[in-house]
Every structure is written in C-alpha cells, then in structure tokens.
Design a protein around this ligand. Structure first.
Ligand SMILES: N[C@@H](CCC(=O)N[C@@H](CS)C(=O)NCC(=O)O)C(=O)O
Length: 363
C-alpha cells in the first residue's frame, strides 16, 4: 500500500484511487508521511488453458480494461497487439483522469462501457467482491458474462497472455517468454522493475530528500547498466523481442514526458542516452508498441491526477515528441524482432490512438 493509499484508507476511507500512485485531489494532503511502497494486486486469479482458477482461456469472454496513461496497463496493451489477441480479448479504455470513484468510462457514449454496461471500473470490483475496500487499479481483466473482475495482477497478466493464451494467438505471433530464456528474462526484469519501472515512482513520490536521492540514483544506475547491455545487442535477452523489452519500453516511453519533470528523474533525459533512445525508438516504431501509446493521456494523467506533487495540475507543453519517429539504425545490430514469426497487422478499427496523443502532432 502506498503512502497515499495508506493514509487515505485510514483517514477518509475513500475507495476511489488505487493501489500505488493514485493521488486524486481527495488524497493530496496525505503525501509525505511514509516512504512510497507499491501494493500487491488483490485479485490474482489466473485465466489459464486448464482453467485451474475457474477461468478458462476463451475467445470473446473477457474484457481488458486499461488506461493508456498507465505503464502497467500498457504492458498488456502491447502484448495483446503483438500476440494478435485483439479479437479474442476486447478492449476498454478509461478516461486518463480518475475522479473520486477512480477509473471511469467517460470516453464512451453515455459515459458507460458499451460491453460491460458500467460507468466505473469499481463496479466490476464490487461485482467480484461485495464491499471490497481496496483501491481500484488498471489493468483489469473482467468476465463479460458476470461483469466480475477476474484479475488486476499486472505482473502475471502479460505472462499468461504469452504462455496460456497460445491457442488463440495469431499465426506468426512471437514467443514473448521463451522457455530456455526465462531465468535470464526474469533476472533482467527483476532489476528493471525494482530500479526503473517502480524506481521512478519511488523517486516521484518520495517523502523526503534522502528517499528521493536514493531512488533517483537507483533509476540512473540501472539505466546506465541497461544502456551498456543494449549497446551491442538489439534486445534485452536473446535476439528477439521478449516480455523484458515490453516492460522496459513502457517506462522509457514515458520518461521524458513525465518521469523527467513530474517525478524529478532529471539526471538525464532519455534523449540524452544515445543507446537507450535508439532502443526505445526502435521499439516505438515496431508495430504493436508505438501504436498503443497515447502521450496526451500520459501527460494529462500524471500532471493532473498527482496534484500532491503538482498542485496546480498544469500540464507542460513539451517535450517535442517528433524524435520518436526518426531513424534509429538499430537494425544494424541484427536481431529478429519476431523470431520465426511476423509483425502484427494494423491496429483494429476503433482502437487507434487519436492524433493528439501521437508524436506526429506537437503540443
Ligand atoms: N498496483 C497495481 C498495479 C497497477 C497500477 O498501479 N495501476 C495504477 C495506474 S498506473 C492504478 O490503477 N492506480 C490506481 C489509481 O491511480 O487510482 C496493482 O496492484 O495491480
């Protein structure tokens, strides 16, 4: 539980914001009491081929609820695209700005998710567990028949998409979690999670100077190490895209837009590290990565929702995003992005990121 949520639960008992970085206007006063600590996902049922938790892999049954602002949800967005699961698992995109009842479907007609028929994601949590007092977080997989939340366990969710949903993968889908490389992938992901994915949050929500400095140093120490690793190899593990790349990408793509300024991770910009910047651009330009990214949602969510660290909720104009589309030359390192497989097809109709969220358009 985060400092914010901790205090929120104790103080107002508000159910709105979630489990980690959530900080609506309601909970602003609660920052700064305890070190930032990320919570565990409360609903950790798995959807598997053998239905061991009662949830079988099944086309058309589940709905993936995401915020395009959220790095953890964005992992699932990328995996779903790379694996070609768009027809099997439908998609609901929330408003990037939560209100005091948390994630809401205000981008949809009548402010209601057209499939689940609900206005707030919390309704799926309530359908699953009456009186659930905890935070509401994305990503979430919801059973469309019962309206119940199945899982909000973002760590396991994408691994299951890669390994349990294989019968519904598109022809040519890559193996994002290849068996012989799993130990190495797990080790790389562990360090990146601790110091980078979650490290930026520890820095951004630090309750004091030394906590901030230690988190920020961890972020850049690990980024330097990762940059050295990627100097001569195109991808983090093996010579194809794996889950580890997806997890690093979702943090890197947010780095200059929000973590550098809003979270004070400003020792260096992503664009100032030639290796990581080229690596991130390479992935961004790979079908399935950049086409899921909405910079408008990212910026508005971080700067407007975390008013504890940005009290005016003013959203900066920069950075210039046009560099994301420039040549990266990483193909010279070799590598086979999809291994024996192929790139995913175009973004399904209705799921395109609007022009204001794309790098082509400067804000
Ligand atoms: N801690 C979450 C991981 C996902 C997560 O932290 N998502 C954030 C968005 S980036 C969220 O929904 N937080 C709740 C909120 O901000 O209201 C979990 O337990 O599953």
């Amino acid at each position: 539980m985060s400092a914010a949520e901790d205090a929120r639960a104790g103080a107002a008992g508000a159910r709105g914001t979630g489990t980690d970085d959530g900080d609506t206007a309601k909970s602003n006063a609660t920052y700064g009491r305890k070190p930032f600590k990320r919570s565990k996902s409360h609903f950790a049922d798995r959807i598997t081929a053998d239905a061991r938790d009662g949830w079988p892999v099944e086309a058309g049954r589940y709905r993936l609820v995401v915020s395009r602002a959220c790095p953890w949800a964005s992992r699932a967005l990328v995996s779903r695209r790379l694996l070609g699961l768009e027809d099997a698992i439908s998609l609901a995109v929330t408003d990037p700005i939560q209100d005091d009842r948390s994630w809401r479907f205000t981008l949809d007609p009548d402010d209601r998710d057209p499939v689940l028929g609900i206005r707030y994601l919390s309704e799926a949590y309530d359908a699953r567990e009456t009186g659930y007092p905890g935070g509401v977080s994305v990503p979430a997989l919801v059973d469309t028949g019962s309206g119940k939340l199945v899982t909000n366990d973002y760590q396991q969710l994408t691994l299951d998409l890669a390994t349990e949903w294989t019968s519904l993968h598109r022809p040519g889908a890559p193996d994002l979690y290849p068996e012989p490389l799993r130990d190495e992938i797990d080790t790389v992901m562990d360090g990146i999670y601790r110091d980078v994915n979650n490290g930026v949050y520890r820095a951004g929500f630090a309750a004091g100077q030394s906590e901030y400095e230690s988190a920020c140093r961890d972020v850049f120490r690990r980024l330097e190490e990762t940059s050295a690793r990627l100097e001569r190899r195109r991808y983090l593990v093996g010579d194809t895209i794996t889950e580890a790349d997806i997890r690093l990408f979702t943090t890197l793509v947010r780095f200059d837009a929000v973590y550098h300024g809003h979270f004070k991770c400003n020792v260096r910009k992503l664009t100032e590290d030639p290796v990581l910047w080229a690596y991130a651009r390479d992935l961004f330009q790979t079908p399935g990565f950049g086409d899921t990214v909405d910079f408008d949602h990212i910026k508005r969510h971080y700067y407007q929702v975390h008013t504890g660290i940005n009290p005016t909720a003013v959203v900066p104009l920069g950075p210039d995003l046009s560099g994301w589309l420039t040549p990266h030359h990483r193909e010279q390192l070799g590598g086979r992005p999809f291994g024996e497989g192929t790139a995913p097809g175009p973004v399904p109709q209705g799921e395109e990121v609007p022009p204001e969220g794309r790098p082509e358009r400067r804000r």
